[in-house]
Design a protein around this ligand. Structure first.
Ligand SMILES: [Zn+2]
Ligand SMILES: [Zn+2]
Length: 57
């Protein structure tokens, strides 16, 4: 007997993975979650200052 089995538990885990990506700012090495990221011009930043290129102190 040969079959592929994906348990519901496994599927749930897969669905709840929070997607993270690196802040689009090249001066930072921070990683942001897509839920909390500041989105600007289709890129994701960790906070407002990053999105504005660190013009503010
Ligand atoms: Zn950043
Ligand atoms: Zn930055």
């Amino acid at each position: 007997m040969c079959y592929i089995f994906i348990s519901n538990q496994k599927m749930e885990k897969f669905m709840t993975i929070v997607h993270h990506m690196k802040c689009a700012c090249h001066r930072c090495l921070c990683v942001v979650s897509l839920e909390n990221a500041i989105r600007k011009d289709g890129k994701y930043y960790c906070f407002d200052g990053c999105a504005e290129g660190h013009e503010r102190p």
